[in-house]
Design a binder for this molecule. Structure first.
Ligand code: AVI
Length: 330
């Protein structure tokens, strides 16, 4: 049942966004680059490799939670009605299959609406899911949920469950994260829900290796942003002139990733007509990955207008999946 119609590609808009973000971030003090720049084709492949690393516990821990609780999650979200499942930032939709399988076991035909900025990731996910789960119809949407969120209506007697998993929300500042959830809630009806997967705060001895693996895959992922600027903006970054620096910021409860200049250097970016100067040890802040503390996610869900209904964690309490529901008063 795999159909391979190509999805729209937002090439020109993305080129403009990249140029604007790089101009702004590399003129700032301290310098920064937004973490969405990681995810070109090479960066997405490196991220997939990260998810398989022994040090990167997040993906396998969340998958373990789904393996144990997918049936209970689906039953709670459906509450006797039919479900339709949407997903924000679906990517390869790998762990999602456990939830889709549980829902289609329960109700037969299931509509799955994954949303992502990457048309190629969505096409691959659609072909694979429709091949492996014949009761699941995939209706992908190429969409940046941080700037647009248009879910469309559901049928009477149907509940929408939106998945926002993989700790993707942790890459946003807490205020932005709360606003994304509120915008989502505004698109939902009473009884609809969200499953939100978040990484939890834990000891630095576990956190740092997860972002500084022995094989250097995360370092390559971090430095790929420089190679992307070389490819797309004619920049002249020499990746070896920068060191990968992950830092645990306990006060903010986040892992920060930085690229640290090993020497004084000036880098030209042809497409922006820009020369960027770096002092020795000067950093570009490339990512924040927030690690939530107990009760924090539930409070954020509540602020956004969801009733936190249930939280599932693994035995070590490293990762949490929270179910929030839109209450009747909305
Ligand atoms: C996508 N996101 C949840 C990852 C994280 O852990 O914050 C991105 C990542 N950065 C370095 N390793 C993985």
């Amino acid at each position: 049942m795999a159909i391979s119609a190509p999805l729209p590609y937002a090439g020109e808009q993305i080129a403009e966004r990249v140029a604007t973000a790089v101009r702004e971030g590399l003129s700032a003090h301290p310098k920064f680059l937004p973490s969405w720049l990681f995810y070109d084709e090479a960066g997405s492949t490196l991220f997939d490799q990260i998810t398989e690393l022994p040090e990167y516990y997040l993906t396998r821990t969340e998958r373990g939670i789904f393996e144990t609780h997918a049936g209970a999650m689906i039953a709670r979200a459906a509450a006797g009605e039919r479900l339709r499942i949407a997903e924000l930032g679906a990517g390869s939709a790998d762990k999602t299959r456990l939830l889709l399988a549980a829902a289609s076991r329960r109700q037969g035909y299931l509509l799955y609406e994954p949303m992502d900025v990457s048309a190629s990731a969505l096409e691959a996910a659609r072909d694979r899911i429709e091949r492996e789960l014949p009761n699941v119809h995939v209706a992908p949407r190429v969409m940046d949920y941080t700037t647009e969120m248009e879910l469309g209506s559901t049928a009477a007697g149907e509940r929408r469950l939106t998945l926002y998993i993989g700790s993707s929300i942790g890459n946003f500042e807490p205020e932005e994260a709360a606003l994304i959830l509120r915008r989502l809630r505004e698109q939902l009806k009473p009884g609809d829900g969200i499953l939100l997967g978040v990484d939890l705060a834990k000891s630095e001895e576990i956190l740092i290796p997860a972002y500084d693996d022995a094989d250097g895959v995360t370092a390559a992922f971090n430095k790929n942003v420089l190679l992307r600027l070389n490819r797309e903006l004619g920049a002249e970054f020499e990746p070896d002139a920068f060191a990968h620096r992950p830092i645990w910021n306990a006060r903010e409860s986040r892992i920060e990733m930085h690229l640290e200049s090993r020497l004084a250097q000036t880098v030209f970016i042809a497409a922006l007509g820009m020369a960027v100067h770096f002092g020795p040890g000067e950093r570009i802040h490339t990512e924040n990955s927030y690690k939530y503390r107990p009760g924090h996610v539930e409070a954020m869900l509540e602020w956004a207008g969801f009733s936190p209904n249930m939280t599932w964690t693994d035995d070590s309490g490293w990762f949490a999946v929270c179910f929030g529901q839109v209450p009747d008063r909305w």
